[in-house]
Every structure is written in structure tokens, then in C-alpha cells.
Design a protein around this ligand. Sequence first.
Ligand SMILES: C[C@@]1(CC(=O)O)C2=NC(=C\c3[nH]c(c(CCC(=O)O)c3CC(=O)O)Cc3[nH]c(c(CC(=O)O)c3CCC(=O)O)/C=C3\N/C(=C\2)[C@@H](CCC(=O)O)[C@]3(C)CC(=O)O)/[C@H]1CCC(=O)O
Ligand SMILES: NC(=O)c1ccc[n+]([C@@H]2O[C@H](COP(=O)([O-])OP(=O)(O)OC[C@H]3O[C@@H](n4cnc5c(N)ncnc54)[C@H](O)[C@@H]3O)[C@@H](O)[C@H]2O)c1
Length: 209
Amino acid sequence: MNYFPLLMNVDYKKVVIVGGGHVARQKIEALLPTKAMITVVSPSVTETVQQYVSEGFVTWKEKAFESADLDDATLVFAVTNDEEVNNAVEEATQHWQLLSRADAKGRVDFINPAVVRRGEFVVTVSTSGASPGLTRKVKTDLAEQFGGHYAAYVSFLREARQQILQVFSGDEKKQVLAELLDPKFLQWMEQGENQKCEEWLQQRIGEQQ
Ligand SMILES: C[C@@]1(CC(=O)O)C2=NC(=C\c3[nH]c(c(CCC(=O)O)c3CC(=O)O)Cc3[nH]c(c(CC(=O)O)c3CCC(=O)O)/C=C3\N/C(=C\2)[C@@H](CCC(=O)O)[C@]3(C)CC(=O)O)/[C@H]1CCC(=O)O
Ligand SMILES: NC(=O)c1ccc[n+]([C@@H]2O[C@H](COP(=O)([O-])OP(=O)(O)OC[C@H]3O[C@@H](n4cnc5c(N)ncnc54)[C@H](O)[C@@H]3O)[C@@H](O)[C@H]2O)c1
């Protein structure tokens, strides 16, 4: 299967996770950086899921799944350990709702990649379901390759790009945007010399005025 990769805005949308085990926890943790309204439907949940409930990040309906639990959901995760229940979730999912089944059976509207997140910088990995173990392995390598400083680096690039677009135009704009990708900025961020990036930007903008 050739899946279409995309990054989805789920802010303030209802996301229903049916099941409260280890896989439910993985899905919750992938959703936590967003502002999705997360509901877990499950008679029991693990300690970590319980903690997210206590902290107010997740609403827990402490019960077995029923069709009405999917009302108004944009995304639906069928992640119970019971194929019959996952089938019932699939049956109840409307055509306009997107369904993910952790058991990779039946209707598959989307699957979840592994995610390395550094602020706005996001790297995702998938084997299209062939080998989740390999996905995890590659993710671990990428997490090492792209350190925490990428968050500040990409945040600087966003800010710098916005300022450049206001000040420059035409070929000069293209030229300055290309200069922004010089590896020195990443190096400065890695060395904690964030102010050097800002100084460069203000000087470069000053040259125009
Ligand atoms: C990326 C990640 C994100 C996440 O789960 O959100 C994810 N699986 C992760 C880990 C992982 N999952 C499994 C193992 C054990 C090793 C192994 O089995 O190989 C490990 C490794 C580990 O945990 O170390 C078992 C497993 N996974 C699926 C099945 C069902 C089946 O294939 O039949 C079974 C067998 C269950 C059983 O034994 O019954 C199915 C799916 N798992 C997917 C995603 C989707 C395809 C991803 C892709 O394209 O590669 C897909 C299709 C559906 C979906 O869930 O979206 C997360 C990365 C963790 C991280 O980020 O560190
Ligand atoms: N995608 C992945 O990464 C991945 C990894 C491992 C397993 N899996 C698949 O996901 C399934 C779940 O794995 P897990 O480790 O989270 O299992 P788990 O046993 O930790 O959790 C299962 C959850 O389902 C809930 N549940 C059972 N009946 C229910 C019902 N009628 N209504 C609502 N909730 C109900 C249980 O209360 C429990 O919280 C596995 O059976 C397997 O098929 C996927």
C-alpha cells in the first residue's frame, strides 16, 4: 500500500481512542503536543494513561465501547486487544471519520508513523506497516542525529524568514533566504550561541536599509 503522508491540524477536534493500554498511551503521547480534545473509552487504563487523565490532558469514559462514543469524533483509534471490539469500532465509524486500527486489520484510513519532534521541526518514519520494529530503530537513529537544538534553530529560521520577507524582494530575497541555510546557524545553536544568529539577522537586514 502506498500511503499519502501529511501533517494534520487536529487542534480542538475530538479524537476518540478506544482501549486504554500501551498502544493507547503511544497514541496519546503522539497527540499531546497538539490541542486535540482526547477521549479514551475503556473499562480500564494503564497507570500512565491514568496520569494523563488526572492531569486533565485526557477525558476517560470508564466503560466498554458503544457506537455513540464516536459521536463528533474526527479521528478514531481502535486500539483494544479484542478483535471483535475493534470490528465494532470500525462498524460504528462514519465514512467522514478517519479510523486507525492498531491491529492493522479491516478498514485502514491511516497508520501512525514514528515521530521525532524538536519544537516545530518534525521528522516522521514509516515502513507502511511492513516493520514497526525497523521504524522504531530508524527513529532512534534520527533522534540522535537531530538534537534538541533543532527546536531553537527552526524557531530562528521561522522568525528570520518572516523578517526577510518583509524587508527584501525579488532576487535579493531569494539570495538572503538561501544564506539562512548556511550551516553556521545550526552550529551556533548547537554551541548555545543563539544570539549570534540574531546579530547576523539584524546586521543583514540593516545592510538593506
Ligand atoms: C511507529 C509506531 C507509532 C505508534 O504506534 O503510534 C507504530 N508502531 C510502533 C512500534 C511497534 N509496534 C509493534 C512493535 C513490536 C515489533 C513488531 O511487531 O515489529 C513495535 C516496536 C516497539 O514498540 O519497540 C507491533 C505492531 N505494530 C502494528 C502491529 C499490527 C500488525 O502489523 O499486524 C503490531 C503487531 C502487534 C502484535 O504482535 O499483535 C501496527 C502498526 N504499528 C504502527 C506504528 C503502524 C505502522 C508503522 C510503520 O509504518 O512502520 C501500524 C500498521 C498501525 C498503527 O498502529 O498505526 C510505534 C513506534 C514506536 C516509537 O515511536 O518508538
Ligand atoms: N500499533 C502498535 O504499535 C501495536 C503494538 C503492539 C500491539 N498492537 C496491537 O494493538 C492491540 C492493543 O495492544 P496493547 O498493548 O495496547 O494492549 P493492552 O492489553 O495493553 O490494552 C488493551 C486495552 O483494551 C481495552 N479494552 C478491552 N475491551 C474493551 C472494550 N470492549 N471497550 C473498550 N476498551 C476495551 C482494555 O481495557 C485495555 O485497556 C494489540 O492487541 C495488537 O493488536 C499494536
